[in-house]
Design a protein around this ligand. Structure first.
Ligand SMILES: [Zn+2]
Ligand SMILES: [Zn+2]
Length: 323
């Protein structure tokens, strides 16, 4: 770990890097190691997939019941998604911001969550963030999940189950992750470039400069609708309701995780869980940079990548002041 006295309490090694998957020339061994290791297979993404399967098999309503609208099955979907959001949102918050299990050394920003601040609902950043996540955030997640279940149940879109071919079934999971990275880059950049949309909608998310897990889904309802519309992918590629559920878990839990404000989960000096997101933390501090994710180099390709260095901070400041 290194300690940097100026802008941050802690930074990972700078400049930050993308996943090696899209590097050129392609480091095949590095990519393989990333894919089989902490990047994909041994990452929380696999846990999200397992949660989606278990939730679908044991707790979600039978697909056949979704042929017609009824509050009973829609209510069950809402409860399942609420529980999943609570487990991940509170779980990460408790692990990083409440308990002493995690080493506090790798916290990016020195400041605590804002309290007694009139910028936030209830004058409290945490409660503001929880409220937005569990009201309109949950509403749109339920809306998309139920919409897809209704379409699948009525045979209106093409469904691909495990029995239809396991290879494509498994491939849909990484495709979902790559697609959501592109989708997020495009819609997020649009929300910054279109001033009206920024002022009326996205500015709400950016009230959070020092971020915690619940900041991840603290959005304006219009942004929730846009952000979660990433699941529209499944209208166009043969998928299963479990893929849609995984996609929604990935978008929510991934956002909570991406805003933890820490480099990772450490016990002493040993990193137990990798993947805090300094990439997005930089976006919350400097705004006009890092619109996408560290998964795919969209920002690098389109000239908005902030690597965490002082030089890049100056470049972003010049760009912002010339607007
Ligand atoms: Zn933004
Ligand atoms: Zn954010």
């Amino acid at each position: 770990m290194n300690n940097k006295k100026s802008a941050w309490q802690y930074t990972p090694e700078l400049p930050i890097k993308y996943s090696p998957m899209f590097d050129w020339p392609q480091p095949i061994l590095g990519t393989l190691r990333y894919f089989l290791g902490s990047g994909f297979i041994f990452s929380q993404r696999t846990v999200y997939a397992i949660v989606a399967v278990l939730a679908w098999v044991y707790f979600m309503p039978e697909l056949s019941t979704a042929k017609n609208f009824a509050w009973s099955w829609v209510g069950t979907v809402a409860v399942v998604l609420l529980v999943i959001n609570l487990v991940y949102g509170w779980g990460y918050h408790w692990l990083f911001w409440v308990s002493n299990l995690n080493s506090k050394e790798c916290k990016f920003d020195r400041r605590p969550m804002a309290i007694n601040s009139d910028r936030f609902l209830f004058a409290n950043q945490l409660w503001d963030n929880v409220f937005l996540s569990l009201t309109s955030g949950l509403f749109f997640a339920v809306f998309y999940m139920c919409g897809f279940m209704w379409l699948y149940a009525n045979g209106s879109i093409f469904m691909h189950t495990w029995n239809d071919g396991w290879l494509w079934y498994l491939a849909v999971f990484p495709i979902t992750i790559w697609w959501s990275s592109l989708h997020f880059y495009v819609v997020h950049r649009l929300m910054h470039e279109w001033q009206w949309l920024y002022d009326k909608v996205h500015a709400l998310h950016h009230k959070n400069i020092n971020i915690g897990p619940w900041s991840g889904m603290a959005m304006h309802p219009v942004e929730h609708a846009i952000y979660l519309s990433s699941v529209m992918l499944h209208l166009f590629i043969p998928s299963d309701p479990i893929h849609v559920l995984f996609h929604l878990i990935y978008l929510a839990a991934g956002a909570y995780w991406g805003h933890i404000g820490y480099e990772g989960f450490y016990v002493g000096k040993k990193q137990v869980l990798a993947g805090g997101n300094f990439f997005h933390q930089l976006h919350h501090r400097y705004f006009d940079c890092n619109y996408g994710t560290a998964e795919m180099p969209w920002d690098k390709w389109f000239g908005s990548f902030h690597t965490g260095t002082e030089e890049d901070t100056q470049k972003v400041r010049n760009k912002t002041s010339s607007k």
